[in-house]
Design a protein around this ligand. Structure first.
Ligand code: DOR
Length: 447
């Protein structure tokens, strides 16, 4: 489903072309065909008023849990892609830790099938190992051929170093990355939050910083030895970011993402800020919220380009999975619909420029995984994805960066309503989202 549209009078920002100017933009048959001042409306163009708004390429999320198949009580294709649209995301890469996991070409095909006609483009990620069991490699080449844009056992690292080594060796010829969940289970040892002063105060078992660093360092060595590409998911510690920085300076194929929650909150969020200890399960996430110094390191690495992408790790759960004692609660934060407000707040506070912020949500993730070199299984050429260049997909996010909003999950499309950001006042609203020239979210009236 694609459309014809004329987006009028917005401040067009395309970091891939160092563009920032007030222009109109025309989409025909779902692709960008013209950018210019005062373009004349065509007979079939849907007219979309973007005056006072920033017009950016549609956001690309490298890390979304859509829960399809098997956990539709947590999220469905419809609710998850509607949440993506409300968050400005036009492309989401779907993690394979579903029930059952996406570990065969038929499963990849079933995700693509379920996503047909959805409110966002869904690019599947497949499991590295059969059943995500960490022992037997899945058919990596066949998964790539079926449409997987990366492989990952996310939720768990590929902990067995021999298995990880063989995965990297196969991937060296396949042109897709291993998206690693960087957590050594022998070091994290059942920890439910960051190992530090807050976990000590709450009497909860902690996950040390070293659990992340040890897998990052190991995988950098394996990626270097094999020549394959490593993508480090949801990095949360200054030490791991430093390791990635050093690997990239040596020219290795290492990319990385950080989540909005690791850019904004530290481990104090688990306990709450009052006298009474809260044990807030909305702040239980893996990797855990770390120290304020780690948050600062995540922001600095993002601004410096050591980190390619902001990725949501949108992890919806059903209410009973969160409304229980802390140890028993599920890890995960629902993130698609608050991501831009967090990133926009970093712009408002001067920590990121608007161009940097948009780049890490668009061209950054696209280039990290080479998504613009792909043609989807439906035959859609992804050339220009994450940009506003002529010929690119007509995917746009219309943003109001300075509009204040109070995060209210009750109004979200996602079935996952849990976030430690609930009630916070942030800066930045997604006014509208356009997928292949078609409005998939329109919140302009409420601005
Ligand atoms: O907090 C998390 N939730 N981290 C993960 O790695 C997995 C995710 C989930 O699937 O719920």
């Amino acid at each position: 489903m694609s459309g014809d549209a004329l987006i009028q009078g917005g401040h067009v920002v395309d970091p891939s072309a160092a563009l920032g100017a007030t222009l109109d933009l025309r989409v025909r048959d779902g692709r960008i065909v013209e950018l210019g001042a005062n373009l004349a409306p065509g007979a079939d163009d849907a007219l979309i008023d973007a005056s006072g708004l920033v017009v950016a390429p549609g956001f690309v999320d490298l890390h979304t849990h859509l829960r399809v198949p098997g956990e539709e009580h947590k999220e469905t294709m419809a609710s998850g892609t509607a949440a993506a649209a409300r968050g400005g995301f036009t492309t989401v890469c779907a993690m394979p830790n579903t029930q059952p996991p996406v570990d065969t070409p038929a499963m990849v095909a079933s995700v693509l099938d379920a996503a047909r006609g959805a409110d966002a483009r869904v690019l599947p990620i497949a499991a590295v190992t059969v059943g995500r069991n960490g022992r037997e490699l899945a058919e990596l080449a066949a998964l790539r051929d079926a449409g997987a844009v990366a492989v990952s056992d996310d939720g768990d690292a590929v902990a067995d170093t021999g298995v990880a080594r063989r995965a990297f060796e196969y991937l060296a010829d396949l042109d897709i990355p291993l998206a690693e969940h960087c957590e050594d289970p022998l070091l994290s040892g059942g920890g439910v939050m960051h190992d530090g002063v807050v976990s000590a105060r709450l009497g909860l078992r902690g996950q040390p910083t070293l659990a992340e660093l040890s897998i990052v360092e190991r995988d950098i060595a394996l990626a270097e030895a094999s020549g394959a590409a490593l993508h480090c998911c949801h990095l949360s510690t200054a030490a791991a970011l430093d390791a990635v920085d050093r690997a990239r300076s040596r020219g290795l194929r290492v990319t990385a993402e950080v989540t909005p929650h690791h850019l904004w909150l530290d481990h104090a969020a688990v306990a709450g800020c009052g006298e009474e200890l809260r044990y807030d399960t909305a702040a239980k996430v893996n990797p855990p919220l770390r120290t304020r110094a780690d948050v600062e390191a995540c922001i600095d690495a993002l601004a410096a380009g050591v980190v390619d992408a902001v990725a949501t790790d949108h992890a919806p759960h059903a209410a009973p999975d969160k409304h229980c004692e802390f140890d028993a609660a599920a890890f995960g934060i629902s993130g698609l619909e608050s991501a831009w407000s967090v990133v926009g707040s970093l712009v408002a506070s001067g920590r990121l420029t608007l161009t940097q912020a948009i780049a890490r949500l668009t061209i950054g993730p696209v280039e990290a995984w080479g998504l613009d070199r792909r043609t989807t299984h439906d035959g859609e050429d992804l050339r220009g994805l994450g940009t506003l260049q002529i010929g690119a997909p007509g995917d746009l996010a219309l943003l109001a960066p300075e509009v204040q909003t109070i995060i209210d999950p009750a109004r979200w499309a996602s079935r996952g309503k849990h976030t430690p950001l609930a009630g916070q006042q942030l800066s930045g609203v997604v006014a509208a989202t356009i997928l292949r020239g078609r409005l998939v979210w329109d919140g302009r009236a409420a601005l």
